[in-house]
Design a protein around this ligand. Sequence first.
Ligand SMILES: [Fe+2]
Length: 183
Amino acid sequence: MFEIERFVEDCRAALAEAHAEKAVRELVARAVSDPAALVHALGEPQHAGIVVLHRGPDLTVLDFTWAAWMCLKPHNHLMWSVVGLVCGREDNVFWRRTEASIEAAGARSLGAGDVTVLGRDIIHSVVNPIGKRTRAIHVYGGDFFAPPHPRSEWDPETLVERPWDMDDTRRLFREADARAAGV
Ligand SMILES: [Fe+2]
């Protein structure tokens, strides 16, 4: 059985450990190993988007629903994160900084039940490569919406760095959701 209050409590306890992200990884792996229990606790998403399950200065837990075929621009987090796939597929492209911009440096495709830890300085972009929604639990080692240092995103066409724009990100989810629904 999955309970969000218990999950958050366990994550908060894990923060005290020497390698908090590894301990959180185990918790997320356990949570996504039983997707039916997760769906029972959290419900089925009605739209693509980001649902905040917990927000605090040292921990954020988000329920991400990617629209079919959706892409999200390169961005960094400036805090560690753990991603666990509930259903669908999430293709991550990892980028590294160059003198003037960024270049693709690697990739990792996550399917249902897969879990990965992203380091503090990772830059990634995300694609949902399938024609249905993908759902993932993302846990961050800080306040995702108010990071201690300003985060960056990169224009997906020109790869020019600019300040992270949360409103633009929410708009991208809304537009992708409408496109997938044929609106
Ligand atoms: Fe991200």
